[in-house]
Design a protein around this ligand. Structure first.
Ligand SMILES: O=C(O)COP(=O)(O)O
Length: 232
């Protein structure tokens, strides 16, 4: 079993890890497609387009709807509309995955520093965390546009190592996508892969994280925190 005893801080992915956000992302994609008189998509299809930020989501959606590569001009014109619609939807149909608050409470109480590293634009990340009462658990929140590069680039994780003065052995990445695992590997840190999120329909184990969890609450046992550790 992976040894996480040196870990002092944990960076969590957001979409597909803490929050199932596809219903609202799909609704915003469809509102944009409808305005353009293009065929609509399904939430199932949209799931396979999430993971590389809002612009890549719309690039994939428009290419699918048009049946061909989308021009940069068309993509650029659609982005403000998508952002407008997603701002309206944000948390309407999204939901927290089971036990997320419980585990974040346990980890905070046990002294772990917690961060969010998402490819979602920052302007949506904070309101979404607030809507689900998650914001107070994280002392660093990085969106896909917070730094010059997003996951799978290691830059956001390198930024956290630097901000918190940690060695790579002390930081862990938890996520559902190969972008999370690749970013962790490139930063030289360990990762946990979750099976329930969005990974382009691919098994997360194929990316070889240090551990694979089927449910969020399995993280507590891996990090050696339990209900008792909260009472101490
Ligand atoms: O917005 C996305 O494409 C994915 O966001 P995530 O990095 O939180 O999974």
């Amino acid at each position: 079993m992976a040894d996480f005893r040196q870990i002092k801080a944990i960076a969590f992915d957001l979409d597909g890890t803490l929050i199932d956000s596809v219903p609202d992302l799909a609704a915003a994609v469809n509102a944009t497609l409808q305005e353009l008189d293009l065929p609509l998509t399904t939430a199932e299809q949209a799931r396979s387009w999430v993971g590389n930020g809002a612009e890549m989501l719309m690039r994939r959606a428009l290419s699918f709807a048009l049946g061909t590569d989308v021009s940069e001009a068309k993509l650029a014109a659609s982005m403000p509309r998508f952002m407008h619609f997603y701002k309206q939807h944000l948390q309407q149909h999204s939901r927290l995955y089971d036990d997320v608050i419980l585990v974040l409470k346990q980890l905070s109480a046990a002294g772990f520093k917690l961060a969010v590293v998402t490819n979602k634009p920052y302007e949506f990340t904070i309101p979404l965390l607030k809507a689900f009462k998650l914001d107070s658990y994280f002392s660093i929140v990085l969106g896909g546009d917070s730094l010059a590069k997003m996951k799978p680039d290691p830059l956001p994780l390198a930024h956290i190592l630097q901000q918190w003065q940690l060695t790579p052995a002390q930081l862990l990445m938890v996520g559902d996508s190969k972008n999370d695992i690749l970013a962790a590997k490139a930063a030289g840190i360990a990762s946990i892969g979750l099976t329930y999120g969005y990974n382009y329909g691919e098994d997360i184990a194929l990316s070889s994280p240090a551990a694979v969890c089927e449910q969020f609450n399995e993280i507590s046992a891996l990090m050696n925190v339990t209900a008792e550790s909260m009472e101490q």
